[in-house]
Design a protein around this ligand. Sequence first.
Ligand code: INS
Length: 625
Amino acid sequence: MSAVLQDGYELQTMEQVTDSARRVEDERSLIRARASAAQPVGSSDTQDGSSRFVYVLAFFSALGGFLFGYDTGVVSGAMLLLKKEMNLSAFWQELLVSSTVGAAALSALAGGYLNGLYGRRKCIMLASFIFTAGGVILSVAPDKVVLLIGRLTVGLGIGVASMTVPVYIAEMSPPQLRGQLVTINTLFITGGQFIASVVDGVFSYMSHNGWRYMLGLSVVPAVLQFVGFFFFLPESPRWLLQKGYSQQAREVLTQIRATESVNDEYESIQGIIEEEEKEAGEGPVLCRILACASVRRALIVGCGLQMFQQLSGINTVMYYSATILQMAGVRDDKTAIWLSAATAFTNFLFTLVGVWLVERVGRRKLTLGSIVGTGVSLSVLAVGFLLSAQASPPVNFHPSDPTSLNSTCMHYGFCEQCMLDPNCGFCYFENGSTISDSSCEPVNPANAEQAASGRCFNGTQENPSALWAYNYCPTSYSWVVLLGLVLYLASFAPGMGPMPWTVNSEIYPLWARSTGNACSASVNWIFNVLVSLTFLHVAEYLTYYGAFFLYTGLAVLGFFFVLGCLPETKGLMLEDIETLFSKRLCTCGALGGEHAHYIRPRLDLGKLHYGTLEPEEGIAYISLQ
Ligand SMILES: O[C@H]1[C@H](O)[C@@H](O)[C@H](O)[C@@H](O)[C@H]1O
């Protein structure tokens, strides 16, 4: 028999095949036994003690998530005040917003290295120290350069926290609670975003120095986290064992499980670490990850999930919610700020649904359901924008103001074209649903909430009932867009929001965990900055509905990615999860004795399938589930 071996196939004798098959079955029974041994929460005193402590631990760790949400969310409200007080150009505004996200992308990568070297606890303390320093710098900043330094500092903290906290919580949690506890971190992210929008609302009434409070308040949770970790919270036993601190590791395990009988768990972690050490190759961890097929697969799944999370447009939708609400008829600025807080609250509320569902339905079903809903609601948003564009009111008044005459705004015949040009806005009168005397006029460069001059310029407003629409057009289809927004948050927040973080915290073996999470977190930040920076340009070229149809298409791609690649990790011990991505051998009993078989596992629909191929007979996939 001639054999052509392809990548991923191994030539085996029947004896080896049978032996491997037995090993696979043994391991799988062990996993099942461990999973079923995991009792429901609070079923005994020990479990009560253990879960109480891990909940406290998750709370202090997730303050890192809160700061991530707060610092990324608070800036939009602070910018409204800052741009007036510091006279910031559009370039500086953009710089102050995106510098934080850019710094987070870089420091998430560096965080991987620091995590491996100094452990999870020290990295979380480092992040809270950086957050504190950043908050102080921002609240006392005398000028825009110091503000930039503060925003960069805060970004460094966010990056380290975003990759360390999920790993720490995952490593401390018992398997049956892990998904829920790690998802609490995302709940805190969205909670931080919500509190930030409330703080923005409250301090927006304080036109002088209000931004100092908005940006500086983050110091409070940062100090709380530092103190909590300094005095009470232990290092991860997995990291301790990996570094050879076995006695400490056993003590921490005993403390967090609230029981003396941690032998099984301790030995199982130790066994895996020893095995990993034997197999560990040489060179930088990233090269070893890329060279090892199973971990490489996990990395692709982890980075892909983070990429699709951002490509499905969450931050655009959140950022754009104020405009969507204005389209729906909210005219007053202050009301729009409070309604944006309502959007952030909806995101938070539905993340809570995710915390409740993750251990009930599992990561895979939750992510799949969520991405389907996300895609559908993105298309509802797109249709809403399309209908609004088609019914876009015409420009029928050409004011004789000299500023308008010199501007390109004068050339637009419909509101739709006018609002897609960032330099123009739509000025009109409304009588019931009738729009009259509408014009396209240049926006005031110092304040987009009014025109540069004429009827919609607040300074010399000739007619106070003239309305000004910047970035949107008055439409009677706003309810479709509003429906799309609510549907979007309700479907994105329970799954696509938290699952990329949760799944990443569990899919890598210990030796690759810090680096794997560092890479996937920075993919998240890179795509975050990419999507938010390109949104307005994409909308200019494709219009708003085009941009949202594009996001719909990306969500469809994301669906197939999740469908084909994401296995279920619910209930498994961290040490067992790697096997979901690894090449395994098994045999089909019917195959003949002296035959050699090409064997390759494949991940399909979340179940593991092991394939045996006899050259004459083709591939036969058998499922062990
Ligand atoms: O998981 C979070 C969450 O969904 C936030 O609302 C979003 O702003 C972040 O970008 C994301 O990573």
